[in-house]
Design a protein around this ligand. Structure first.
Ligand code: ZN
Length: 696
């Protein structure tokens, strides 16, 4: 497919064949990649504005409308700096970026209202229909200033097609109202803003997509873990979409010489179905933002986690589970909460590990598995030594995590202690994987005397708190992978993906709930960021396949209690997972049905353009009908595919068109049942397909 596209580009637009680059023409700059073109202008009024973002090959264009569009929108001491503020250009330079032939244009301005200096950075990447932007503010005045508002997504663009809707995806929450990655598509009414609230512990993921009736749309994501209020407002006269994503409760003092980073965000354009903005986002995230997978061929891992026993664990029990886990194909063995003396005292409990936790870790390694440990780095038990010695390190937030109190991550002495604790755990116990947990990671803290402003904890606990902890530990121990968890997937952000190789979605709540979470989370996030905890002790096809699609598959069952047939079943299902994980990690996700629900059959597919093959997991959840016509998406209509199943012995030869239109019947034995369906190009029919394709 890519060869065809490049050839088209060569014939029509030679510019697009060059690596991503920037051209300057008078007071305008054009960033060009092989698929995207984005133009900015320094106007006659000395304002800096976006002129357009285009996909020249398919002829898509979004342009500035009645309201100007600029990457700059923030406020300092009551003065707004935005698309209407006159700027003076100081310097400019262009950087080449390693990932995906990226290019970054840096423009340094003095703003002429409040005397601040701005560094605007704009990025474009080959193959990605996305503009990434960020702004850094420097106080070059002689007096202290306070940043009170910052917008990561200050875009206003025309034109949307008619009848646009806004897609939002929930995070996970156990606190009422319970949330589990529900997807909503809200009509955008003229002048009525629709709001999202994202960040740690908030309702929604840091992502949105719009789509009009003609399939035109925008998508956007922001790279910040703290609380954000984002809005989308549609003006039906001009068909303009106005976006915003403002950091909540911002009060950031900026002393002379200091800099303030507005977190980056990305904006994409597309035309297609509702799976398209998700796919475009996911490929951008994998190429540009995300922590690379720890293992190209074996990731997402098959995992065993000790939480099936709660905190009732010891070395004898864990050794027996490890031995069985290795035998059935588990690749990563995690000891969950309960191994340490206390929360905040991260040394092994000697009564549970008389021969030492390192001994267990060595045994796990000797079985060929990686060794993971649960740590709640930002929490300390109320009666722990550290809480007694440093009561002033606690955040003012009142929640408790298993009775423990939260530390303030942006108070430097507490932060340094946390970093040292985690480094100690990694080194003492030979840790390959940190399962990070806690109530949530961005603490509210209004304590005076901390090394952050008491009114700025949302920003400071994210940018100067959690990010600093992760930066320091990961720089010192780059070989250790981190899993994001905070009592479930409640910090689903595009900052999170930079530090963690996966994230929990929902928290061991059963088969249906797990599929619902993976369904919703795989709109914004690459599938590897949807790991799933399987708490069921007894397993069957319905159960195991409810955990089959997505990131790491985490068994939480008590393996030593399983009978041989159950272990045999687990081993064969693990083998199936290993054959499909490459396609689900890198392919395009098609949500073939609505979200999984009782009395329905749900189907989710991943399609790999590289191999032109598809895999789908189809699950009957007490639906009346025992046959489901599975219509596969993404396949070439004129090509013949070999269709086969995990259980069903049928092997069919069907064209892409037949598979998309009439579909392939999937048969179920019981009310709750599941099947895996594979479609690969049929080598017997390949030459014929080529002939017929060349005739058209
Ligand atoms: Zn604090």
């Amino acid at each position: 497919m890519r060869h065809v596209r490049t050839l088209t580009a060569f014939l029509i637009i030679p510019q697009l064949l060059l690596p991503a680059h920037v051209t300057r023409d008078g007071n305008s700059w054009t960033l060009t990649s092989n698929v995207t073109e984005c133009r900015f202008v320094l106007t006659e009024r000395n304002t800096f504005e976006m002129d357009s973002i285009r996909l020249p090959i398919i002829g898509e264009a979004w342009t500035a409308g009645a309201l100007p569009s600029s990457p700059v929108r923030f406020a300092a001491d009551g003065v707004r700096i935005d698309a209407s503020t006159p700027l003076r250009l100081i310097t400019e330079n262009v950087e080449r970026l390693d990932r995906n032939n990226g290019v970054r244009l840096n423009l340094e301005f003095d703003e002429l209202r409040g005397g601040l200096r701005l560094l605007v950075s704009l990025e474009l990447y080959d193959d990605r229909q996305v503009l990434r932007s960020s702004v850094r503010v420097k106080n070059v005045t002689g007096t202290a200033r306070v940043i009170e508002m910052a917008d990561m997504l200050p875009w206003a663009l025309v034109e949307s097609g008619p009848g646009p809707r806004l897609m939002r995806v929930n995070q996970w929450s156990v606190l009422p109202p319970a949330r589990n990655f529900e997807v909503s598509r809200t009509p955008l009414e003229n002048g009525q803003p629709v709001t999202l609230q994202s960040g740690a512990g908030q309702p929604e993921c840091t992502w949105l997509a719009t789509r009009a009736e003609n399939g035109r749309g925008l998508f956007a994501g922001w790279e910040f873990d703290g609380r954000v209020r984002a809005t989308v407002r549609y003006d039906s006269d001009s068909r303009q979409l106005n976006l915003a994503a403002e950091i909540s409760d911002l009060h950031h003092p900026l002393n002379p010489g200091d800099e303030f980073q507005i977190p980056p965000a990305f904006l994409g354009v597309y035309r297609g179905d509702w799976d398209e903005p998700g796919f475009r986002t996911q490929r951008f995230v994998e190429d540009v933002l995300a922590k690379p997978s720890p293992d190209k061929t074996r990731f997402p891992y098959v995992v065993w986690d000790s939480w099936g026993y709660g905190e009732d664990i010891d070395e004898r029990l864990l050794r027996r589970n490890a031995e069985i886990a290795a035998r059935i194909g588990v690749e990563l063995f995690i000891v969950d909460l309960g191994w340490a003396r206390d929360i905040g005292d991260w040394r092994e409990d000697p009564s549970k590990f008389p021969s030492g936790l390192r001994n267990l870790s060595d045994y796990v390694h000797s079985l060929g598995m990686k060794f993971g440990l649960h740590v709640a780095p930002a929490d300390v038990a109320a009666d722990s030594e550290v809480a007694a010695l440093h009561p002033d390190w606690l955040a003012t937030e009142t929640f408790e995590y298993f009775g423990a109190k939260p530390l303030c991550l942006s108070h430097k002495p507490a932060q340094q202690w946390i970093v040292n604790q985690v480094l100690g755990v990694i080194d003492r116990y030979g840790v390959d994987w940190i399962l990070q947990d806690g109530e949530h990671m961005i603490k509210r803290c209004t304590r005076s005397g901390h090394t952050h402003d008491p009114l700025d904890s949302n920003y400071s606990n994210s940018m100067d708190g959690l990010n600093q902890v992760l930066d320091q530990v990961q720089r010192a121990r780059p070989g250790v992978s981190w899993e994001n968890c905070a009592n479930g997937g409640s910090m689903m952000t595009f900052n999170m993906v930079k530090y963690y190789v996966t994230s929990i979605t929902n928290d061991a709540s059963g088969a249906l709930s797990s599929r619902q979470a993976a369904y919703g989370a795989t709109f914004p996030f690459p599938p590897r960021y949807t790991d799933r905890y399987m708490p069921e002790q007894a397993t069957d096809a319905y159960t195991t396949r409810s955990y089959m699609f997505g990131g790491p598959w985490i068994f939480m069952n008590r393996l030593v209690e399983a009978v041989p047939e159950e272990l045999e079943w687990a081993a064969s299902e693990i083998a199936a997972f290993k054959t499909i994980r490459g396609v689900t990690r890198d392919g395009k996700v098609y949500h073939l049905t609505g979200a999984p629900a009782d009395r329905r059959t749900d189907a989710i597919e991943s399609y790999s353009a590289d191999t032109d093959s598809a895999v789908a997991v189809v699950t009957r959840e007490n639906a009346a009908n025992s046959v489901f016509p599975l219509r596969l998406a993404g396949l070439a209509p004129g090509r013949t595919y070999r269709v086969h199943f995990q259980d069903d012995r049928r092997v069919l030869h069907m064209t892409g068109e037949q598979l998309a239109r009439t579909g392939v019947p999937v048969y179920f034995d019981t009310g709750r049942d599941a099947e895996i369906v594979y479609a690969e190009p049929d080598s017997m029919f390949t030459s014929e397909t080529r002939t017929s394709a060349s005739r058209h």
